[in-house]
Design a protein around this ligand. Structure first.
Ligand code: SF4
Length: 404
Protein backbone atom coordinates (compact mmCIF):
# COMPACT_ATOMS: atom_id res chain seq x y z
CA UNK A 1 0.00 0.00 0.00
CA UNK A 2 1.25 3.48 -0.80
CA UNK A 3 0.27 6.62 1.07
CA UNK A 4 0.07 10.22 -0.05
CA UNK A 5 0.31 12.64 2.89
CA UNK A 6 -1.35 16.01 3.13
CA UNK A 7 1.87 17.94 3.75
CA UNK A 8 3.32 16.75 0.45
CA UNK A 9 0.50 18.29 -1.49
CA UNK A 10 0.13 21.51 0.47
CA UNK A 11 3.41 22.71 -1.04
CA UNK A 12 2.31 22.11 -4.63
CA UNK A 13 2.41 25.08 -6.99
CA UNK A 14 -0.97 26.79 -7.18
CA UNK A 15 -0.71 28.03 -10.75
CA UNK A 16 -0.62 26.07 -13.97
CA UNK A 17 1.62 28.06 -16.31
CA UNK A 18 -0.22 27.48 -19.55
CA UNK A 19 -2.87 24.88 -20.00
CA UNK A 20 -4.05 23.06 -23.09
CA UNK A 21 -7.01 21.64 -21.24
CA UNK A 22 -10.69 22.49 -21.48
CA UNK A 23 -11.60 24.79 -18.57
CA UNK A 24 -13.53 22.21 -16.59
CA UNK A 25 -10.56 19.89 -16.42
CA UNK A 26 -8.30 22.81 -15.45
CA UNK A 27 -10.62 23.70 -12.59
CA UNK A 28 -10.53 20.11 -11.40
CA UNK A 29 -6.74 20.16 -11.34
CA UNK A 30 -6.62 23.44 -9.44
CA UNK A 31 -9.30 22.49 -6.92
CA UNK A 32 -7.67 19.15 -6.15
CA UNK A 33 -8.03 18.19 -2.49
CA UNK A 34 -5.38 15.85 -1.11
CA UNK A 35 -6.55 12.50 0.17
CA UNK A 36 -5.10 9.22 1.30
CA UNK A 37 -4.38 6.85 -1.58
CA UNK A 38 -5.06 3.26 -0.68
CA UNK A 39 -5.02 1.68 -4.14
CA UNK A 40 -2.58 -1.17 -4.76
CA UNK A 41 -0.02 -0.52 -7.49
CA UNK A 42 -1.80 -2.65 -10.09
CA UNK A 43 -5.41 -3.63 -9.51
CA UNK A 44 -6.78 -7.02 -10.44
CA UNK A 45 -9.43 -5.53 -12.71
CA UNK A 46 -6.76 -3.54 -14.59
CA UNK A 47 -4.63 -6.57 -15.23
CA UNK A 48 -7.50 -8.81 -16.28
CA UNK A 49 -9.48 -6.43 -18.46
CA UNK A 50 -10.29 -7.47 -22.04
CA UNK A 51 -7.55 -10.06 -22.32
CA UNK A 52 -6.46 -10.99 -25.84
CA UNK A 53 -9.56 -9.58 -27.47
CA UNK A 54 -7.71 -7.36 -29.94
CA UNK A 55 -6.24 -7.86 -33.37
CA UNK A 56 -2.73 -7.95 -32.00
CA UNK A 57 0.10 -10.44 -32.27
CA UNK A 58 0.52 -12.09 -28.82
CA UNK A 59 4.21 -11.13 -28.29
CA UNK A 60 3.17 -7.48 -28.03
CA UNK A 61 0.21 -8.02 -25.71
CA UNK A 62 0.76 -7.86 -21.94
CA UNK A 63 -1.60 -9.30 -19.33
CA UNK A 64 -0.55 -6.62 -16.86
CA UNK A 65 2.24 -4.11 -16.40
CA UNK A 66 4.20 -2.72 -13.46
CA UNK A 67 6.30 0.38 -14.29
CA UNK A 68 10.05 -0.15 -14.19
CA UNK A 69 10.63 2.54 -11.55
CA UNK A 70 8.47 0.52 -9.13
CA UNK A 71 10.73 -2.51 -9.63
CA UNK A 72 13.93 -0.62 -8.81
CA UNK A 73 15.59 -1.60 -5.50
CA UNK A 74 16.22 1.08 -2.85
CA UNK A 75 19.97 0.60 -3.35
CA UNK A 76 19.73 1.22 -7.11
CA UNK A 77 17.45 4.19 -6.46
CA UNK A 78 20.00 5.86 -4.17
CA UNK A 79 22.80 5.16 -6.65
CA UNK A 80 20.76 6.95 -9.29
CA UNK A 81 20.12 9.86 -6.94
CA UNK A 82 23.81 10.42 -6.31
CA UNK A 83 24.64 10.05 -10.03
CA UNK A 84 22.01 12.69 -10.83
CA UNK A 85 23.46 15.16 -8.31
CA UNK A 86 26.98 14.53 -9.64
CA UNK A 87 25.86 15.22 -13.21
CA UNK A 88 24.29 18.52 -12.14
CA UNK A 89 27.56 19.59 -10.52
CA UNK A 90 29.47 18.97 -13.78
CA UNK A 91 27.07 18.64 -16.67
CA UNK A 92 28.32 16.61 -19.63
CA UNK A 93 25.05 14.84 -19.88
CA UNK A 94 23.98 15.68 -23.40
CA UNK A 95 26.14 15.75 -26.54
CA UNK A 96 26.84 19.49 -26.03
CA UNK A 97 29.14 18.48 -23.12
CA UNK A 98 29.33 21.92 -21.48
CA UNK A 99 31.01 20.72 -18.24
CA UNK A 100 29.27 23.46 -16.21
CA UNK A 101 28.16 23.40 -12.60
CA UNK A 102 24.41 23.82 -12.95
CA UNK A 103 23.99 24.81 -9.30
CA UNK A 104 25.91 27.98 -10.14
CA UNK A 105 25.35 28.65 -13.84
CA UNK A 106 24.01 27.34 -17.10
CA UNK A 107 25.41 25.82 -20.28
CA UNK A 108 24.19 25.69 -23.88
CA UNK A 109 20.62 24.76 -22.83
CA UNK A 110 20.34 27.81 -20.49
CA UNK A 111 18.67 25.73 -17.77
CA UNK A 112 20.33 25.41 -14.36
CA UNK A 113 19.44 23.42 -11.26
CA UNK A 114 15.65 23.82 -11.51
CA UNK A 115 13.65 22.77 -14.55
CA UNK A 116 11.51 25.33 -16.32
CA UNK A 117 8.10 23.97 -17.24
CA UNK A 118 5.84 25.64 -19.77
CA UNK A 119 2.74 23.43 -19.79
CA UNK A 120 1.53 20.64 -17.51
CA UNK A 121 -1.77 19.07 -18.60
CA UNK A 122 -3.51 15.99 -19.92
CA UNK A 123 -2.83 16.11 -23.65
CA UNK A 124 -4.81 14.66 -26.55
CA UNK A 125 -2.44 15.34 -29.43
CA UNK A 126 -0.49 12.07 -29.20
CA UNK A 127 -0.87 8.67 -30.86
CA UNK A 128 -4.11 6.86 -29.84
CA UNK A 129 -2.18 4.20 -27.89
CA UNK A 130 -0.45 6.97 -25.87
CA UNK A 131 -3.31 9.40 -25.26
CA UNK A 132 -6.02 6.76 -24.75
CA UNK A 133 -9.35 8.04 -23.45
CA UNK A 134 -8.12 10.24 -20.59
CA UNK A 135 -5.10 11.84 -22.23
CA UNK A 136 -1.37 11.64 -21.73
CA UNK A 137 -0.05 13.52 -18.68
CA UNK A 138 2.21 15.89 -20.57
CA UNK A 139 4.99 18.02 -19.17
CA UNK A 140 6.46 20.44 -21.74
CA UNK A 141 9.93 21.55 -20.66
CA UNK A 142 11.17 24.98 -21.73
CA UNK A 143 14.30 25.15 -23.89
CA UNK A 144 16.10 22.35 -25.72
CA UNK A 145 19.59 21.17 -26.62
CA UNK A 146 18.83 21.52 -30.36
CA UNK A 147 17.78 24.66 -32.25
CA UNK A 148 15.70 23.28 -35.11
CA UNK A 149 14.93 26.15 -37.46
CA UNK A 150 11.54 24.58 -38.23
CA UNK A 151 10.67 23.75 -34.58
CA UNK A 152 6.93 23.04 -34.33
CA UNK A 153 6.98 24.03 -30.62
CA UNK A 154 9.41 26.94 -30.85
CA UNK A 155 7.50 29.18 -28.43
CA UNK A 156 8.27 26.59 -25.76
CA UNK A 157 11.59 25.09 -26.88
CA UNK A 158 13.39 28.28 -27.90
CA UNK A 159 12.17 30.56 -25.12
CA UNK A 160 12.75 30.49 -21.39
CA UNK A 161 9.10 30.87 -20.43
CA UNK A 162 7.38 29.02 -17.63
CA UNK A 163 7.59 28.06 -14.03
CA UNK A 164 10.76 26.97 -12.20
CA UNK A 165 10.30 23.70 -10.33
CA UNK A 166 12.52 21.59 -8.09
CA UNK A 167 12.61 17.86 -8.87
CA UNK A 168 10.32 17.22 -5.88
CA UNK A 169 7.77 19.82 -7.04
CA UNK A 170 7.90 18.29 -10.52
CA UNK A 171 7.27 14.82 -9.08
CA UNK A 172 4.27 16.17 -7.12
CA UNK A 173 2.78 17.33 -10.42
CA UNK A 174 3.00 13.76 -11.77
CA UNK A 175 0.86 12.69 -8.82
CA UNK A 176 -1.68 15.43 -9.58
CA UNK A 177 -1.85 14.38 -13.21
CA UNK A 178 -2.41 10.78 -12.15
CA UNK A 179 -4.96 11.44 -9.39
CA UNK A 180 -6.92 14.34 -10.87
CA UNK A 181 -6.33 14.02 -14.60
CA UNK A 182 -6.61 10.22 -14.45
CA UNK A 183 -4.03 10.15 -17.25
CA UNK A 184 -2.63 6.93 -18.72
CA UNK A 185 1.01 7.96 -18.39
CA UNK A 186 3.42 10.80 -17.63
CA UNK A 187 4.81 12.16 -20.89
CA UNK A 188 8.09 14.12 -20.54
CA UNK A 189 8.39 16.30 -23.64
CA UNK A 190 11.83 17.64 -24.70
CA UNK A 191 13.60 16.43 -21.54
CA UNK A 192 17.13 15.80 -22.96
CA UNK A 193 18.64 18.76 -21.12
CA UNK A 194 16.98 18.06 -17.74
CA UNK A 195 17.65 14.34 -17.32
CA UNK A 196 19.15 14.53 -13.78
CA UNK A 197 16.15 16.52 -12.53
CA UNK A 198 13.79 14.12 -14.31
CA UNK A 199 15.46 11.09 -12.68
CA UNK A 200 15.14 12.71 -9.24
CA UNK A 201 11.50 13.66 -9.87
CA UNK A 202 10.55 10.08 -10.81
CA UNK A 203 12.24 8.69 -7.69
CA UNK A 204 10.38 11.26 -5.57
CA UNK A 205 7.04 10.52 -7.24
CA UNK A 206 7.38 6.77 -6.74
CA UNK A 207 7.63 7.39 -3.00
CA UNK A 208 4.42 9.45 -3.26
CA UNK A 209 2.33 6.78 -4.99
CA UNK A 210 2.98 7.20 -8.73
CA UNK A 211 1.98 4.05 -10.61
CA UNK A 212 1.51 5.00 -14.30
CA UNK A 213 4.23 4.42 -16.95
CA UNK A 214 6.72 7.17 -17.78
CA UNK A 215 7.33 8.28 -21.37
CA UNK A 216 10.58 9.92 -22.45
CA UNK A 217 9.62 11.98 -25.52
CA UNK A 218 12.91 12.97 -27.14
CA UNK A 219 14.61 14.40 -30.22
CA UNK A 220 17.15 11.54 -29.79
CA UNK A 221 19.95 14.05 -29.25
CA UNK A 222 20.80 12.20 -26.03
CA UNK A 223 24.02 10.71 -24.69
CA UNK A 224 24.64 7.12 -23.58
CA UNK A 225 25.42 8.39 -20.04
CA UNK A 226 22.09 10.11 -19.82
CA UNK A 227 20.23 7.04 -21.12
CA UNK A 228 22.03 4.88 -18.59
CA UNK A 229 20.85 7.18 -15.79
CA UNK A 230 17.30 6.74 -17.13
CA UNK A 231 17.58 2.94 -17.39
CA UNK A 232 15.08 1.47 -14.93
CA UNK A 233 13.06 4.70 -14.69
CA UNK A 234 11.51 4.98 -18.17
CA UNK A 235 8.88 2.62 -19.59
CA UNK A 236 8.30 4.04 -23.07
CA UNK A 237 10.83 5.84 -25.24
CA UNK A 238 9.29 8.09 -27.89
CA UNK A 239 12.30 9.15 -29.99
CA UNK A 240 12.22 11.26 -33.15
CA UNK A 241 14.63 10.47 -35.94
CA UNK A 242 14.62 13.75 -37.84
CA UNK A 243 17.24 13.87 -40.62
CA UNK A 244 20.11 11.69 -41.85
CA UNK A 245 22.82 13.84 -43.47
CA UNK A 246 25.29 15.77 -41.25
CA UNK A 247 25.09 18.77 -43.61
CA UNK A 248 21.28 18.84 -43.21
CA UNK A 249 21.38 18.55 -39.42
CA UNK A 250 24.06 21.23 -39.24
CA UNK A 251 21.92 23.64 -41.25
CA UNK A 252 18.47 22.80 -39.90
CA UNK A 253 19.09 21.49 -36.34
CA UNK A 254 22.36 23.29 -35.52
CA UNK A 255 24.01 19.95 -34.64
CA UNK A 256 26.23 18.28 -37.22
CA UNK A 257 26.49 15.08 -35.15
CA UNK A 258 22.72 14.63 -34.85
CA UNK A 259 22.28 11.43 -36.91
CA UNK A 260 25.28 9.62 -35.47
CA UNK A 261 24.04 10.49 -31.96
CA UNK A 262 20.45 9.51 -32.74
CA UNK A 263 21.54 6.13 -34.11
CA UNK A 264 23.49 5.33 -30.95
CA UNK A 265 20.72 6.63 -28.66
CA UNK A 266 17.83 4.80 -30.37
CA UNK A 267 19.75 1.52 -30.23
CA UNK A 268 20.37 2.05 -26.48
CA UNK A 269 16.68 2.87 -25.86
CA UNK A 270 15.59 -0.27 -27.70
CA UNK A 271 18.11 -2.37 -25.76
CA UNK A 272 16.45 -1.15 -22.53
CA UNK A 273 12.74 -1.56 -23.28
CA UNK A 274 12.38 -3.46 -26.60
CA UNK A 275 9.44 -3.19 -29.00
CA UNK A 276 6.21 -1.47 -28.11
CA UNK A 277 3.80 -3.58 -26.01
CA UNK A 278 0.20 -2.95 -25.00
CA UNK A 279 -2.24 -4.13 -22.40
CA UNK A 280 -5.66 -5.36 -23.50
CA UNK A 281 -7.22 -1.89 -23.23
CA UNK A 282 -5.15 -0.76 -26.23
CA UNK A 283 -2.82 1.48 -24.23
CA UNK A 284 0.95 1.23 -24.78
CA UNK A 285 2.85 0.32 -21.61
CA UNK A 286 6.46 -0.32 -22.59
CA UNK A 287 8.87 -0.23 -25.51
CA UNK A 288 9.96 2.17 -28.25
CA UNK A 289 7.62 4.19 -30.47
CA UNK A 290 9.66 5.90 -33.16
CA UNK A 291 8.49 9.08 -34.92
CA UNK A 292 9.69 10.50 -38.20
CA UNK A 293 8.32 13.80 -39.48
CA UNK A 294 8.59 13.73 -43.27
CA UNK A 295 10.29 16.94 -44.40
CA UNK A 296 9.70 18.70 -47.75
CA UNK A 297 12.30 17.66 -50.30
CA UNK A 298 14.12 15.44 -47.78
CA UNK A 299 12.32 12.17 -48.42
CA UNK A 300 15.56 10.43 -49.43
CA UNK A 301 16.84 11.02 -45.89
CA UNK A 302 13.57 9.62 -44.50
CA UNK A 303 14.02 6.47 -46.59
CA UNK A 304 17.58 6.07 -45.36
CA UNK A 305 16.34 6.35 -41.76
CA UNK A 306 13.68 3.65 -42.33
CA UNK A 307 16.22 1.25 -43.86
CA UNK A 308 18.64 1.81 -41.00
CA UNK A 309 15.93 1.23 -38.36
CA UNK A 310 14.80 -2.03 -39.94
CA UNK A 311 18.32 -3.36 -40.28
CA UNK A 312 19.84 -2.13 -37.02
CA UNK A 313 17.08 -1.74 -34.44
CA UNK A 314 14.13 -4.07 -35.13
CA UNK A 315 11.74 -4.96 -37.95
CA UNK A 316 9.04 -5.04 -35.24
CA UNK A 317 9.71 -1.42 -34.31
CA UNK A 318 6.48 0.60 -33.99
CA UNK A 319 6.86 3.57 -36.34
CA UNK A 320 4.80 6.72 -36.81
CA UNK A 321 5.58 8.34 -40.18
CA UNK A 322 4.12 11.83 -39.73
CA UNK A 323 2.98 14.19 -42.44
CA UNK A 324 2.01 17.25 -40.41
CA UNK A 325 5.15 19.31 -41.11
CA UNK A 326 4.39 23.01 -41.52
CA UNK A 327 6.84 25.90 -41.84
CA UNK A 328 7.42 27.35 -38.36
CA UNK A 329 10.02 29.15 -36.21
CA UNK A 330 12.61 30.72 -38.57
CA UNK A 331 11.43 29.02 -41.76
CA UNK A 332 9.85 31.40 -44.25
CA UNK A 333 10.76 34.55 -42.31
CA UNK A 334 11.95 37.50 -44.37
CA UNK A 335 15.75 37.77 -44.43
CA UNK A 336 16.45 41.10 -42.72
CA UNK A 337 19.95 41.56 -44.14
CA UNK A 338 18.80 41.43 -47.77
CA UNK A 339 15.93 43.84 -47.42
CA UNK A 340 15.95 46.80 -49.81
CA UNK A 341 15.16 47.80 -53.37
CA UNK A 342 17.30 46.78 -56.30
CA UNK A 343 19.35 49.70 -57.66
CA UNK A 344 20.86 50.12 -61.12
CA UNK A 345 23.71 47.68 -60.36
CA UNK A 346 21.36 44.93 -59.36
CA UNK A 347 22.17 45.46 -55.65
CA UNK A 348 19.76 46.21 -52.88
CA UNK A 349 19.66 49.56 -51.18
CA UNK A 350 19.84 49.21 -47.41
CA UNK A 351 16.93 50.14 -45.23
CA UNK A 352 14.22 49.89 -47.84
CA UNK A 353 11.84 47.00 -47.48
CA UNK A 354 10.88 44.88 -50.46
CA UNK A 355 7.21 44.40 -51.03
CA UNK A 356 4.82 42.24 -52.97
CA UNK A 357 5.74 39.28 -55.17
CA UNK A 358 9.46 40.04 -55.14
CA UNK A 359 9.65 39.71 -51.36
CA UNK A 360 7.77 36.44 -51.49
CA UNK A 361 10.09 34.99 -54.13
CA UNK A 362 13.57 35.82 -52.88
CA UNK A 363 13.75 36.89 -49.32
CA UNK A 364 12.64 33.93 -47.26
CA UNK A 365 14.91 32.04 -44.87
CA UNK A 366 15.25 28.27 -45.35
CA UNK A 367 13.15 28.60 -48.50
CA UNK A 368 13.78 24.95 -49.42
CA UNK A 369 11.58 23.77 -46.55
CA UNK A 370 9.09 26.64 -46.65
CA UNK A 371 6.15 24.49 -47.70
CA UNK A 372 4.08 21.55 -46.48
CA UNK A 373 5.01 18.03 -47.57
CA UNK A 374 3.03 16.40 -50.36
CA UNK A 375 1.35 13.01 -50.43
CA UNK A 376 3.96 11.61 -52.84
CA UNK A 377 6.81 12.37 -50.42
CA UNK A 378 5.00 10.77 -47.48
CA UNK A 379 4.07 7.74 -49.55
CA UNK A 380 7.65 7.22 -50.75
CA UNK A 381 9.00 7.11 -47.18
CA UNK A 382 6.24 4.71 -46.18
CA UNK A 383 6.94 2.42 -49.15
CA UNK A 384 10.67 2.39 -48.32
CA UNK A 385 9.84 1.45 -44.73
CA UNK A 386 7.66 -1.44 -45.90
CA UNK A 387 10.28 -2.61 -48.38
CA UNK A 388 12.84 -2.62 -45.55
CA UNK A 389 10.58 -4.97 -43.57
CA UNK A 390 8.92 -2.60 -41.08
CA UNK A 391 5.23 -3.40 -40.59
CA UNK A 392 3.98 -1.85 -37.32
CA UNK A 393 2.79 1.61 -38.32
CA UNK A 394 0.58 4.10 -36.54
CA UNK A 395 -2.32 3.93 -39.02
CA UNK A 396 -6.07 4.27 -38.53
CA UNK A 397 -7.35 0.74 -37.83
CA UNK A 398 -8.68 -1.33 -40.75
CA UNK A 399 -10.79 -3.33 -38.31
CA UNK A 400 -13.10 -2.50 -35.42
CA UNK A 401 -10.39 -2.73 -32.76
CA UNK A 402 -8.05 -0.17 -31.27
CA UNK A 403 -5.42 1.60 -33.30
CA UNK A 404 -2.54 -0.61 -32.30
S1 SF4 B 1 22.26 19.42 -20.60
FE1 SF4 B 1 22.63 21.62 -20.91
S2 SF4 B 1 24.38 22.12 -19.58
FE2 SF4 B 1 24.31 19.87 -19.78
S3 SF4 B 1 25.70 19.38 -21.45
FE3 SF4 B 1 23.64 19.58 -22.36
S4 SF4 B 1 23.42 21.72 -23.02
FE4 SF4 B 1 25.19 21.58 -21.61
Amino acid sequence: MLTLHHHHLSSLPRVIPRVLLPTIATKRLLSYKPHIITTPIITKSQSQSQKRSLHLAPPFLLDSYVPRYLQLSEIDASKKRSQAYAHLAKCNLCPRKCGVNRYEGTGWCLIGEKVKVNVIAPHFGEEPCIQGHHGSGSVFFSMCNLRCVFCQNHDISHQRNGMDLTPEELGDWYIKLQEVGNVHNINLITPEHVVPQVALSILHARSQGLRVPIIYNTSSYDSLESLSLLDGLIDIYLPDFKVWEPSTSKRLLKAEDYAVTARESIKAMHAQVGDLCFTGDGIAKSGVLLRHLVMPGLEEEGKEIMRWLAENVSRDLFVNIMEQYRPAAYVGKVKARRRGNVNGDGEREKGEVMEGEEAKKEERRYAEINRAVNAKEVESVRKAAERAGLWRFCDPPRHDGFNI
